[in-house]
Every structure is written in structure tokens, then in C-alpha cells.
Design a binder for this molecule. Structure first.
Ligand SMILES: Cc1cc2nc3c(=O)[nH]c(=O)nc-3n(C[C@H](O)[C@H](O)[C@H](O)COP(=O)(O)OP(=O)(O)OC[C@H]3O[C@@H](n4cnc5c(N)ncnc54)[C@H](O)[C@@H]3O)c2cc1C
Length: 386
């Protein structure tokens, strides 16, 4: 390596922590700041003081990946416990298995169909007149027909996105995960698990390196970025530019905490698909730790509500409709003209990224930075298409 750099990383979520670690291992000095009072960003977990249950504070997080390198990396920083995610959905007072599988189809139709019979039945139900679907709704109707669409998708989508599925692009539903078997594993990836001590302990371990200094409760806006050789910014892209072109839209979430005698719900996540139920899902956190689930007398549940994010709300899901994409293009060109800053992570690239993808992309960002520093070239503002 040539001369070691002094790097500022804004955000101590998975993205910031992984970039910091890789740069520190390459011999650079790194300061990581986060305005929250904890690391791990939206993956933060903590013990609920009343029940002792490990709570996924910003919503349920399950680690799943097919990426060998990412799986090795995360296993170097925590003990991953086996966990298979299952989700149930409540539709008009009935509980169904998700994602839609042979059990769901047979239950919904009141039948005992074989895989081939179910497939034929779904083909009958699907609206074959739709050849070039233009919206999420048309795409769903083309795949499963009106009854299943209205039962499982319409109300849930309207609650989750605050937009009618007729206004959402068809591309969101490129493929519908319909299964003609009784397999109810929510994720198909070969590696799945949950860190034994939670995600925050895993991110703490990633950040534990003599080349990394961590400061929480510190925002980028209160930091003199000019004194660093380079900044990796994992906060919201529009916020970096003081929202000067307008705000990129996000959905935010509100969680209502409830403590009940354990067990209460009987599973980790129950989705509520009907539109007249105001929340989208209820999470019973103790089921994310099957290895300790027997030990609790009280259980903590979060009822989740989705809404448009206001200026003071936590941004969760990027909306990315047509107007946002146009605004995003303008922010990207501002970023491309901002020297000494690389934008990364789910907020820096205004994209929904699973944890494994965030880690892989963070590794790519660190590789790009190391190469640029070695060659004395200016680092790129973005490494991936956004
Ligand atoms: C409800 C929900 C459920 C999810 N479930 C899963 C799941 O089951 N499996 C999965 O793989 N992925 C899941 N994800 C995705 C996962 O949360 C992301 O992959 C991960 O959080 C990305 O990490 P990040 O570091 O890019 O961003 P973040 O975790 O958001 O970290 C960014 C950090 O930057 C800090 N920050 C921002 N701006 C500033 C600033 N100006 N100054 C200082 N600090 C700042 C923030 O405080 C935050 O701590 C889920 C996401 C959501 C919203």
C-alpha cells in the first residue's frame, strides 16, 4: 500500500461497518460516526428490558444469502444460529401459509389438489386476456386471477405502499413466488440464520479493529469533513445535499409495542392482508431466537403500521416511483460532481438492499477505494448502478 488515508464513514450500519473494516485491514485510518446512540443501523437488536427477549428494534431481520463470501464474513463476526423463516397471512379471518404454496391454494379454494392439478387450476383462474401488463394489479391478475389477488395482495399492497396497485409499475411483481409444493420456507437461499447475540453484537465485532474509531451520537452535519482524505456517506442521498432539489419519498414504519404472556401469537410474523385492518403485520420477537424461546414468561410483540415518511420520520423503504426516479437522477448528477465522497448503502443509493447485498456492495466499495488510493486516482462517487 502507498500512503495510508484518513477516511470518514458516515453511518455505522452494515454498509459503513464493512467498508470501515476492509479499509482498516488495508492499513487506512477510519473514523465511523453515527447520529444514533447505537451501531447496526436499522438491523439493531436489543434485549427488551421487561421480557428479556432480543427485539429487532426497526423491524424483523432474517439473514439469508447464497453468497459464500458474505456468509463466511458474517460467520467470522458472530455465531449464526439456524433459523428458517415462516410467515402466515390472515385473510378475511382465516390464517394461510405464505408465500403462496400448495397448502395456501388448497385452503383458499377448499380443495385437495395435487401439484399438477393446482397448477392447472391457477392457469384457469389467471386472466389470460392480459398479455402486456402495465401495472402491479394487471401483473398479479395475469399470474393468479382476481380472487387470490384481492385476498392476498390488493389490501396489503395499498397499506404497505399507500398507493393503489393500479398505480404501481408491473415490474415490481416480475415474478410471483407461487409454489406448487407444501414448502413454506419464506426464503429460498441456502444460507439462513440469525446471530446468537443479535445483529448489533455482530456489527460491534466488525467495527472492533485498532484502525477504526467509532463515535455515536454524532451527525455528518456536525463533522468537519474537509479534514479527511475521503468520505463514505451511507446516509440519505438527498439529505447530503440539504434536500435542495426536493425530497426522495420513503415509507416509514411505526411499531406499537405490546407485552403478553408467552407464547401469544405462536409464530414470528403474521401478515394482515385485509385493507380494513390498519396494520400490515404483527411480529412476536421471541420466535427469532428458537434456541431460547422456551425461557420466556412474557413475550413482546410489535404491531407494524406503514405510512409516508415526513421530514422527521425514519426513512425505511424507498418508494422509487416515476417522480422519485427523475429526482434521483438529478441527485446522482450532483453526487457525480462532488469530489472526495462515495455514496453507499441503502440510503446512499436510495434502494432496498437486503443485508447480504449491503455487505457484498460494501466490500465492492472498499475494493474500489483501496485500488483508487493505491493508484492515486480519485475514487468513484458510486460503485453500483442506482
Ligand atoms: C423493515 C425492514 C425489514 C428488513 N428485513 C430484512 C431481512 O429480513 N433480511 C435482510 O437481509 N434485510 C432486511 N432489511 C434490509 C436491511 O435493513 C438493510 O440491508 C440494512 O439496514 C442496510 O444497511 P445500511 O448500513 O446500508 O443502512 P442502515 O442500516 O440504514 O444504516 C445507516 C446508518 O447511517 C446513519 N446515518 C444516516 N444519516 C446520517 C448522518 N447524516 N449523520 C450520521 N449518521 C447518519 C443512520 O443513523 C444509520 O445508523 C430490512 C429492511 C427494513 C426496512
Amino acid at each position: 500500500m502507498t500512503d495510508p488515508k484518513h477516511i470518514l464513514i458516515v453511518g455505522a450500519g452494515f454498509t459503513g461497518a464493512v467498508v470501515a473494516r476492509q479499509l482498516a485491514e488495508a492499513g487506512h485510518r477510519v473514523l465511523v460516526i453515527d447520529e444514533r446512540n447505537h451501531v447496526a443501523g436499522n438491523c439493531h437488536t436489543e434485549r427488551d428490558p421487561e421480557t428479556g427477549v432480543m427485539v429487532h428494534v426497526y423491524g424483523p431481520h432474517i439473514f439469508h444469502t447464497g453468497d459464500d463470501g458474505v456468509w463466511r464474513f458474517i460467520n467470522d463476526h458472530c455465531t449464526m444460529m439456524p433459523y428458517r423463516h415462516q410467515v402466515r397471512a390472515v385473510v378475511r379471518g382465516q390464517v394461510y401459509s405464505m408465500p403462496i404454496n400448495l397448502h395456501t391454494i388448497n385452503q383458499f379454494l377448499g380443495t385437495n389438489l395435487s401439484p399438477a392439478e393446482a397448477q392447472a387450476r391457477i392457469t384457469d383462474l389467471a386472466e389470460s386476456t392480459i398479455t402486456d401488463p402495465q401495472s402491479f394489479e394487471e401483473q398479479a391478475l395475469k399470474f393468479v386471477g382476481r380472487d387470490i389477488y384481492e385476498g392476498f395482495f390488493r389490501g396489503y399492497t395499498r397499506k404497505q405502499w399507500g398507493v393503489d396497485p393500479t398505480r404501481l409499475p408491473a415490474a415490481i411483481l416480475k415474478r410471483l413466488p407461487l409454489r406448487f409444493t407444501y414448502d413454506d420456507n419464506y426464503f429460498a437461499h441456502p444460507y439462513q440464520g440469525i446471530p446468537k447475540e443479535g445483529y448489533t453484537a455482530a456489527v460491534d465485532s466488525i467495527l472492533r479493529h485498532p484502525g477504526i474509531e467509532l463515535r455515536t451520537n454524532v451527525s455528518a452535519e456536525d463533522t468537519d469533513t474537509a479534514s479527511f482524505d475521503h468520505t463514505v456517506y451511507t446516509g440519505p442521498l438527498d439529505r447530503y445535499f440539504q434536500h435542495r432539489l426536493g425530497r426522495l419519498s420513503y415509507r416509514t414504519l411505526r411499531f406499537e409495542r405490546d407485552v403478553r404472556p408467552a407464547p401469544h401469537q405462536g409464530t414470528a410474523v403474521l401478515n394482515y392482508c385485509d385493507e380494513d385492518v390498519p396494520y400490515t403485520r404483527i411480529t412476536e420477537h421471541m420466535y427469532f431466537a428458537p434456541w431460547e424461546v422456551q425461557s420466556f414468561e412474557k413475550s413482546v410483540l410489535y404491531t407494524e403500521y406503514s405510512a409516508a415518511a415526513g421530514p422527521d420520520d425514519i426513512p425505511y423503504y424507498p418508494v422509487r416511483l416515476i417522480d422519485d426516479k427523475a429526482l434521483l437522477t438529478q441527485y446522482v448528477s450532483l453526487a457525480q460532481n462532488t469530489p472526495k465522497v462515495t455514496f453507499a448503502g441503502r440510503l446512499g443509493s436510495y434502494a432496498y438492499l437486503d443485508m447480504d447485498v449491503s455487505i457484498r456492495r460494501a466490500m465492492d466499495v472498499a475494493d474500489m477505494l483501496k485500488t483508487s488510493f493505491d493508484r492515486n486516482q480519485p475514487p468513484k462517487p458510486f460503485v453500483h448502478d442506482i
